[in-house]
Design a protein around this ligand. Structure first.
Ligand SMILES: C[S@@+](CC[C@H](N)C(=O)[O-])C[C@H]1O[C@@H](n2cnc3c(N)ncnc32)[C@H](O)[C@@H]1O
Length: 321
């Protein structure tokens, strides 16, 4: 997984991050977003005269994923929405640093507000990206609003998929994980008319949650974690973890007439239940009716990822132009 992190080198200081940033899922979402953009570009290919591709990033945080796409497609346009005012300020500044202010707009907006629906309706995105909060919230609701995502951890993604009904984007890039009802996300995307083309998966150690979060996740019917010693040793050789789980990011495309995909959600659930039952080695034989990229990110890799993003203060290559 760390081999993929080279593409994040541009996003070191003065590029800045907002609260609730975790680089692992952002990197995975970048991979899915690249894949979705490639798929979309191929489907709308029309030579020099084609309209600029329109991207919307929901729960955009620093804007990294959408801004990365603007670096890949030099005419694409981006609308980013985040509930956090500071995230909007930071991402707007990041767009300026990258020299893409004229193609990127970030607005403070709650996914559940009417305003978000209206902004998206006028932007008419062809590609929608969402790497949202996905931690299942214990019933006492102890989490800050930006971190938790309802009792199953699926609230934001299901809301993002609800928004696709009105917007009908051609492509989606979504991030989720094995502790937050992973099959439900894929099943809902299928119900909304999308097929999962490419799935990126990485094994990661727990976020050093307190014991109570571990206990809560253990009791959830649709949270899949692995507690096998070999799996924990693979992601946390320093014994700093009590369980491992899977991060996912998927590139989806709108199904065309007659285009069927056999049970992608069931395959994702099987990958998760095999992982929970017998650990990391089960991924060697994991399959599905989609392109599947499996990797591992251990504690040392997590640290190196942070060094790439936060370590250099002499980055001279920021602007795309
Ligand atoms: C895990 S961060 C991810 C940020 C960014 N997508 C990335 O990949 O780096 C989740 C983001 O969701 C935002 N968020 C949480 N609840 C939201 C809501 N109801 N509407 C819009 N954004 C929300 C948070 O403010 C935070 O920036």
């Amino acid at each position: 997984m760390l081999e993929e992190a080279r593409r994040l080198e541009r996003f070191s200081p003065p590029f800045a991050f907002s609260a609730f940033f975790s680089p692992e899922d952002t990197l995975l979402c970048v991979l899915a977003a690249e894949s979705a953009l490639g798929h979309l570009a191929a489907s709308v290919a029309g030579g020099d005269g084609r309209e600029p591709i329109r991207v919307a990033e929901l729960t955009s945080g620093s804007g990294l994923v959408g801004l990365h796409l603007l670096g890949l497609d030099l005419s694409a346009r981006l609308l980013g929405l985040d509930i956090d005012k500071e995230a909007t300020r930071v991402s707007t500044r990041n767009a300026r640093l990258l020299g893409v202010s004229s193609r990127a707009e970030f607005v403070q907006s709650d996914l559940w507000s009417d305003g978000a629906g209206e902004l998206l309706a006028s932007a008419m995105p062809q590609l929608m990206v969402c790497n949202p909060p996905y931690i299942p919230e214990p019933p006492d609701g102890a989490m800050e609003i930006e971190a938790g995502a309802g009792p199953n951890g699926t609230a934001h993604l299901l809301r993002a998929l609800e928004l696709t009904d009105a917007l009908q984007p051609e492509s989606l890039a979504l991030s989720w994980c094995s502790v937050s009802a992973p099959g439900a996300i894929v099943r809902d995307a299928e119900r909304k008319g999308y097929r999962l083309d490419t799935l990126y998966l990485t094994v990661i150690a727990d976020g050093e949650y307190s014991g109570s979060v571990h206990k809560y996740l253990r009791g959830l019917p649709h949270a899949y974690i692995s507690e096998q010693p070999d799996t924990i040793a693979a992601v946390a050789p320093d014994e700093s973890a009590s369980f491992a789980y899977l991060l996912f990011a998927g590139a989806f495309s709108r199904r065309k007439n007659g285009d069927v995909q056999a049970g992608a959600a069931g395959h994702v659930e099987r990958i998760c239940s095999d992982f929970a039952r017998a650990g990391v080695t089960t991924l060697a034989t994991a399959t599905g009716p989609f392109a599947l990229h499996c990797s591992i990110l251990n504690r040392w890799d997590e640290l190196q990822l942070r060094i790439i993003l936060h370590g250099s203060v002499t980055n001279q290559q920021l602007p795309y132009a």
